[in-house]
Design a protein around this ligand. Structure first.
Ligand code: ZN
Length: 242
């Protein structure tokens, strides 16, 4: 099992750990650590990239993924890492912080869409990236409405609200989420302790990603365009103002 340090503090960018699993394959090494800051991807957020360094070796981590409860770090290497070896890990922080800002922006956008089109407007998936992201919603959204949505998002950003996590059981999670037009989905199947992210008493959702601690850090969101995806689904593409 790998301890997920990014849950304890999403602002950690380097850490010390120990190698508990190791496999060499096709010119890359796959390393499991007892603890990590590397996010393995999920919830539309891409995995982190970065570097793992030991006393006489180095791995450029270009892929990170979850296998059962272990986080695997994969990449080309110099020198030979060994089981039990001490590791200094460092993620590409500029990229990760940008993704954290995008991720918070995505949840604020979901709130804005619900506020305008109704609390039961569903989120139908999305993809975050450094330069541009998109989210799909189960409702028709016209181009004329985009400035209004953008205003609601940026108003929440300007208020610089506190964004924090609470861990609850499934029953409590459903109770909280219901008030915000959210619910647990098949994505949360099998999860006993649910991580709920809350933005004051305005927004709440279940998510295992990394987010900013305040809405102000998003700085500002620009909605780029809308696309109809058929069956009443609209895709909204957006970016960060800075
Ligand atoms: Zn999230």
């Amino acid at each position: 099992m790998t301890i997920k340090l990014y849950y304890e503090d999403s602002y950690m960018r380097d850490f010390r750990a120990q190698i508990i699993g190791l496999e060499f394959k096709d010119g890359v090494v796959q390393v499991v650590l007892d603890r990590t800051v590397f996010y393995p991807g999920g919830g539309g957020q891409p995995h982190d990239i970065g570097v793992l360094t030991g006393s006489e070796w180095k791995i450029r981590v270009h892929s990170v993924y979850l296998v059962n409860d272990c986080i695997v770090h994969e990449g080309p290497f110099e020198g030979i890492p060994k089981i039990g070896g001490e590791v200094l890990g460092r993620i590409d922080w500029n990229r990760r912080y940008r993704l954290m800002r995008m991720h918070t922006a995505s949840h604020i956008l979901g709130y804005a869409v619900k506020r305008i089109y109704g609390l039961n407007t569903g989120f139908a998936g999305g993809l975050l990236n450094v330069s541009e992201s998109y989210d799909d919603f189960n409702t028709r959204i016209s181009r004329d409405d985009l400035p209004m949505i953008e205003d609601v998002v940026n108003d929440v950003v300007r208020q610089n609200l506190n964004h924090h996590q609470v861990w609850v059981n499934r029953e409590e999670a459903n109770e909280i989420l219901l008030r915000y037009g959210e619910k647990l989905t098949e994505l949360h199947e099998g999860i006993v302790n649910v991580r709920i992210m809350k933005i004051n008493n305005l927004i709440a959702y279940a998510c295992g990603g990394t987010h900013t601690a305040t809405t102000g850090e998003v700085k500002g969101v620009k909605i780029l365009k809308r696309e109809s995806k058929g069956a009443g689904v609209t895709r909204i593409r957006y970016t960060l103002l800075d």
